[in-house]
Design a protein around this ligand. Structure first.
Ligand code: ACM
Length: 278
C-alpha cells in the first residue's frame, strides 16, 4: 500500500541486429535487414558499421557503387520506412556519399521521417585510403519514444571506441545511450566497452558484424559478440561469435543519470581537468 501511488518508470526496448552484410550489394542488404526486422517491435535498434556495403574495399568504384546520399538512397530510405512502420528508432552504419567524399557514417532514422548522420572520426587502417575523416563531431540527439520517454543518444563507430575521449565527450554532452555500429576485427573492444559504460555511467550498444571478407591485401575476420552494457557494467546481452542474432533488452533510462559512485564521488564533477594533457 505504501508505494501504491508511485508512478513506475516506463521501460524501453533496445537492442542490436548482428549479421553479415553482403559485400557491395545494397539491394541484398536492404532485403536482409527488412527480413531481420520484420514483425518485430522495438524502441531502438542498432545495426553494424557499413551495413549497406560491407567493409573491405579494393577500389573507389566499389565504394561508389555501394554508397548513397543520406536519406536519398535505397538503404537509408528503407531504414526510414521501417522506423515509421514500427514507431522505433534505427541506427545503422552506412557507406555515405556526401559532397565529393565518401564517409564511413552512421544513420539515425526517426519514425517521423527525419534523420541525423554521424561520420566516423577515427578511421581504422585501410579505411584511410577510402574515406574522408568525419566532420560531424560528437553530437547528442534528444529523441522521444512512443511511450513518452525522452532519451539523449550519441553515436560512435567501431574504432572510435579506443579513444576514450569520444565516449566521454558524448557523455559530458548528456548522452544516456551510446550507440556503436561496428565491424570489429581486433579482440579488445567487447571488453573495453565495459569501461566506456562504467566510466561514463551510460548504456552502450555495440552492434558488430560476423563473417569474413577478403581482398588482395588479405582477409579480415569479424568478431561478432555484439553487446549491451548498463551503466554498472552489467552485460545485458551478448551475441555469439559467428551467428546472426537480433536481440532486445528492457531498460530504465534513469539508471544512466546516476553519476555519483558514492556520497563523495561523481564521475564528471571529480575530474581534475587542469591536470590532464599537460
Ligand atoms: C573498425 O573500426 N572497423 C575496426
Amino acid at each position: 500500500m505504501k508505494n501504491s501511488h508511485r508512478i513506475e518508470e516506463k521501460k524501453l526496448k533496445i537492442g542490436y541486429a548482428q549479421f553479415k552484410p553482403y559485400f557491395c550489394d545494397s539491394e541484398k542488404n536492404v532485403k536482409k535487414i527488412e527480413s531481420l526486422l520484420k514483425k518485430k517491435s522495438w524502441d531502438l535498434i542498432v545495426l553494424p558499421e557499413l551495413s549497406n556495403s560491407g567493409y573491405y574495399f579494393s577500389s573507389h568504384e566499389q565504394l561508389s557503387n555501394s554508397s548513397e546520399r543520406a536519406g536519398d538512397g535505397i538503404f537509408t530510405r528503407m531504414l526510414l520506412d521501417i522506423s515509421a512502420k514500427v514507431g522505433g528508432y534505427i541506427i545503422a552504419g552506412f557507406c555515405e556519399k556526401a559532397k565529393d567524399n565518401f564517409y564511413n557514417s552512421s544513420f539515425l532514422a526517426k519514425p517521423d521521417g527525419t534523420w541525423e548522420v554521424y561520420r566516423k572520426t577515427h578511421l581504422y587502417n585501410e579505411e584511410k585510403l577510402w574515406f574522408a575523416p568525419g566532420d560531424t563531431g560528437f553530437k547528442v540527439h534528444s529523441i522521444r519514444f512512443r511511450n513518452g520517454v525522452r532519451v539523449q543518444i550519441g553515436m560512435l563507430i567501431c574504432f572510435d571506441w579506443i579513444f576514450p575521449e569520444a565516449a566521454r565527450t558524448l557523455a559530458l554532452k548528456g548522452a544516456q545511450i551510446i550507440c556503436h555500429p561496428s565491424n570489429l576485427v581486433m579482440p579488445y573492444c567487447q571488453r573495453a566497452m565495459y569501461a566506456r559504460a562504467v566510466e561514463n555511467r551510460v548504456f552502450t550498444i555495440t552492434a558488430n558484424r560476423i563473417g569474413s571478407e577478403k581482398n588482395k591485401n588479405g582477409k579480415l575476420k569479424f568478431t561478432g559478440q555484439s553487446l549491451i552494457y548498463n551503466p554498472d557494467g552489467k552485460k545485458l546481452a551478448e551475441a555469439p561469435l559467428t551467428k546472426e542474432e537480433v536481440r532486445f533488452v528492457k531498460i530504465k533510462i534513469s539508471e544512466a543519470d546516476k553519476k555519483h559512485l558514492n556520497k563523495f564521488n561523481h564521475v564528471f564533477e571529480d575530474r581534475v581537468v587542469e591536470k590532464y594533457y599537460s
